[in-house]
Design a protein around this ligand. Structure first.
Ligand SMILES: Cc1cc2nc3c(=O)[nH]c(=O)nc-3n(C[C@H](O)[C@H](O)[C@H](O)COP(=O)(O)OP(=O)(O)OC[C@H]3O[C@@H](n4cnc5c(N)ncnc54)[C@H](O)[C@@H]3O)c2cc1C
Length: 389
């Protein structure tokens, strides 16, 4: 297990010392190639080779899991340190790692996994050897997730899983999936759901790409045909997976700062603006968005420090989700507008393929921000429920 050697001790060091340490690390490890890849990022993670390389460098420094406890190889940083770190990475165009293992399933395993599961799965998440994807949504189960029908039946020491998942981000890259499956039909649809860990190379798993409007391949449809999964790959009790999923979503929210991605989008907008001569009306809209971004960062820091973004405070996390994603869209709209006719050009990707301009890809990718992690309509329902109480 990696030690957290090299992580600053929050209790002793001031922010200035911490930031100096982070900046020195970025100067040393964040090569121009990695920065360039970071600047090309439009979706959840940077192109996979650069994302893996950055993951490896963070891992060597002991900084790949800022929110994990030290005894499990994390930094154990306070939320303030995590925020400062993320902001500094964003300001320096660091790549975004493929982070489902670090942000979602790793923390759930630490909280609710068996000792055997922790021993087997945590270290490969930290080292980057294992990449995880999330198999929750199905063709008939998105906002109404409890309607899921992928089923698992017991056969000796195995579950046999049959069904279909959709919108599975990164399933084509991941070697493992955490999934919700139906093991019983009970009165409440949330009951009878079980949380399983599935090896993507198990016989019977097939992955089909779903290419989105920006020409990118992040999504997939995953089909299970009698896939055998050991009973020991279950987290929590059989039929009580819903509670595990809720706990995982809380971890995912609290282990991810929202405004880091906005700051990255803002930097892209700045680069587009530098190439054009914005008139006064456009400059005014830019400064309005810049103020909104600064206000968002201040709000996030305040809510984080008050412990209100740990997922328990539904009002706070729904407010952040809706406001931040709509601001993200606004930033990408301005970038598209700033790039003008250049937005319609196709560019040569490092892979040698022609792809849409960065501003156009960013614009299309950001349309999804108000859909994933619960649609903004669903989050507005949650806020309305709280306001009524
Ligand atoms: C970029 C991206 C990545 C994703 N990655 C993953 C992943 O890795 N794994 C995974 O499991 N899933 C993933 N998803 C799926 C995502 O969780 C679902 O798309 C989302 O929950 C919405 O479900 P749906 O698409 O079935 O839409 P629906 O639930 O069918 O909703 C359709 C429309 O109806 C509205 N609506 C639905 N119910 C209500 C209601 N009660 N009140 C008001 N309005 C309502 C919605 O807001 C939406 O506008 C991803 C989605 C996106 C866009």
């Amino acid at each position: 297990m990696t030690t957290a050697a090299g992580c600053s001790d929050d209790t002793k060091d001031g922010d200035a010392h911490f930031l100096a340490e982070v900046r020195a690390f970025l100067v040393q490890e964040l090569s121009e190639d990695l920065r360039e890849a970071g600047r090309r990022t439009t979706g959840f993670h940077t192109e996979i080779d650069a994302a893996r390389e950055w993951h490896a460098r963070l891992y060597r420094r002991g900084w790949v899991a800022p929110g994990w406890p030290r005894e499990h190889g994390g930094c154990g940083w306070s939320v303030r340190r995590r925020f400062l770190f993320e902001q500094e990475c964003a300001r320096n165009d660091a790549p975004i790692i493929f982070g489902t293992g670090i942000r979602s399933i790793g923390p759930l395993m630490i909280a609710a996994g068996t000792e055997a599961q922790k021993a087997r799965f945590l270290e490969p998440i930290l080292s980057g050897e294992d990449l995880w994807c999330q198999g929750f949504s199905e063709p008939g189960a998105g906002s109404d997730l409890a309607a899921l029908t992928t089923r698992a039946e017991t056969d000796g020491n195995f579950y046999v899983v049959t069904g279909r998942k959709i919108w599975t981000t990164g399933a084509h890259l991941a070697n493992r999936m955490f999934a919700l499956v139906r093991t019983a039909h009970m009165e409440r649809p949330q009951d009878g759901i079980t949380f399983l860990l599935i090896d993507m190379d198990s016989p019977g798993v097939s992955v089909r790409p779903v290419v989105t409007i920006d020409g990118e391949h992040d999504f997939n449809e995953v089909t299970f045909e009698a896939v055998r999964v050991p009973l020991t790959n279950r987290i929590g009790e059989e039929n009580h997976g819903w509670a595990m999923a809720k706990q995982l979503m809380r971890f995912a929210r609290s282990n991810n700062t929202t405004t880091g991605s906005l700051r990255r989008a803002w930097r892209m907008l700045e680069r587009e603006v530098a190439r054009c001569q914005p008139g006064p009306a456009f400059a005014l809209r830019l400064s309005e968005v810049s103020i909104a971004l600064t206000a968002m960062e201040a709000l996030e820091l305040k809510l984080l420090a008050a412990g209100r973004l740990d997922g328990e405070d539904e009002m706070a996390s729904s407010l952040m989700k809706t406001t931040a994603t709509e601001l993200h869209q606004k930033i990408s709209e301005l970038a598209l507008e700033a790039s003008g006719p250049l937005a319609q050009r196709y560019e040569l990707a490092p892979s040698g393929e022609l792809q849409m301009s960065l501003a156009a890809r960013k614009y299309f990718a950001t349309r999804a921000a108000t859909i994933y992690s619960g649609t903004n309509e669903i989050h507005r329902n949650i806020m309305a429920r709280h306001l009524r109480q």
